[in-house]
Design a protein around this ligand. Structure first.
Ligand code: MG
Ligand code: ZN
Length: 356
């Protein structure tokens, strides 16, 4: 109990003073990219299959993280999203709450509290487990209408993803898009329209639920959404937090569909390229890239390196418990070397921001 109070006191010591006093080695902004279901075998498959534009390979600071949840060796995306967003282990299916259902403060909420802008760019619904873990507090990830209601009460400056139906076709008949518009959000149907707007807050709902698969015509939404968010959030800002999710790497794994998987990995790699370019031009930025767990138990079983033939097998249609790679680039990246737990990723980020 005493330790917990001590811990909380340390958390409360987070202030902008502590950031400015250590300006030289601390990042101003964090770009956090999560490949849902992206373990080392997904990265390996992509690496062996593709010839060029290996953005993963540009990153020198690499670690490995464990992903187990509080009640299962194999996590779901709710518990792992919560671990990454709040630094606490919780039960599978929980979102931003501890095992008893108490709300946990997320890294995004720390930034919002400091009046620094934040953003979420995903290819699932914006209310899906991974993005929801950064702003919502619910015992069950399935309550996407309740999660949408919580999102509508936040002030997250850039929102790109699917899930429009959870805002407009609700059991309680509320129209949350109208509500968000009334509190100053620009709601746009395309990234181009959002790019042209001067709204301080933008929401770009691009599908009723999840977005289309990359190999079925989604286009460059993830990388263009990342670009849009970086432009909006960095404008005159003293720092920002952006989470970008390659949401459907996981769905390809559940479907044991290696064509879909490769397309999603390529898409995530392209978005990583956008983030790396931003960090190169804005060196006070930290970029962290990881997965929340592996999906499908992907194995590379045979092939030919000179022809890029790579044969794979999945041993599962669900998640597995293997270690997940963590890549870090930019200011403070060296802190992410080594072997640690997924909850430590949150602690390292918060520590670097002078909040811990
Ligand atoms: Mg996800
Ligand atoms: Zn999954």
């Amino acid at each position: 109990m005493f330790l917990r109070f001590f811990f909380l006191a340390l958390l409360l010591s987070c202030s902008s003073d502590s950031i400015s006093s250590q300006k030289n080695d601390k990042p101003k902004s964090i770009i956090f990219m999560i490949g849902d279901g992206m373990g080392l075998s997904q990265v390996s498959y992509f690496h062996l299959k593709s010839n060029s534009n290996q953005n993963f390979a540009k990153i020198k600071q690499i670690g490995f993280a464990t992903t187990y949840s509080s009640d299962n060796l194999v996590t779901d995306s709710g518990a792992s999203g919560t671990a990454l967003a709040t630094g606490e282990k919780t039960k599978n299916y929980a979102i931003g709450v501890d095992t008893l259902g108490n709300s946990l403060k997320t890294i995004l909420e720390y930034f919002e509290e400091k009046k620094l802008p934040t953003g979420l760019v995903v290819t699932s619904s914006i209310t899906h487990a991974t993005p929801a873990s950064f702003y919502a507090h619910e015992l069950s990830r399935g309550s996407e209408e309740a999660i949408a209601l919580q999102l509508s009460d936040k002030e997250i400056e850039v929102l790109v993803g699917g899930g429009e139906k959870f805002f407009t076709q609700r059991k309680d008949s509320l129209n949350l898009l109208e509500k968000m518009q009334q509190k100053g959000y620009g709601i746009f149907k395309t990234l181009a329209e959002a790019k042209g707007s001067t709204s301080q807050k933008v929401f770009v709902p691009l599908a009723a639920d999840g977005l289309p698969k990359k190999n079925e015509g989604r286009g460059e939404i993830l990388s263009e959404g990342t670009q849009l968010a970086l432009e909006k959030l960095s404008k005159g800002s003293k720092g920002f937090f952006l989470m970008v999710e390659g949401s459907q790497i996981d769905w390809a794994g559940h479907g044991n569909d290696f064509v879909y998987l490769l397309a999603e990995m390529e898409d995530f790699n392209t978005a990583i390229g956008v983030a790396i370019d931003f960090v190169d031009k804005n060196p006070e930025t930290l970029l962290v890239i990881t997965g929340d767990h592996e999906t499908g138990g992907l194995a590379i079983t045979s092939g030919n390196h000179s022809t890029n033939e790579v044969n794979v097998k999945f041993v599962s249609t669900s998640h597995t418990g293997v270690l997940i790679p963590v890549y870090a680039y930019g200011k403070g990246a060296e802190n992410f070397q080594g072997f640690y737990d997924n909850t430590d990723i949150f602690r390292k980020m918060l520590d670097l921001m002078g909040c811990f």
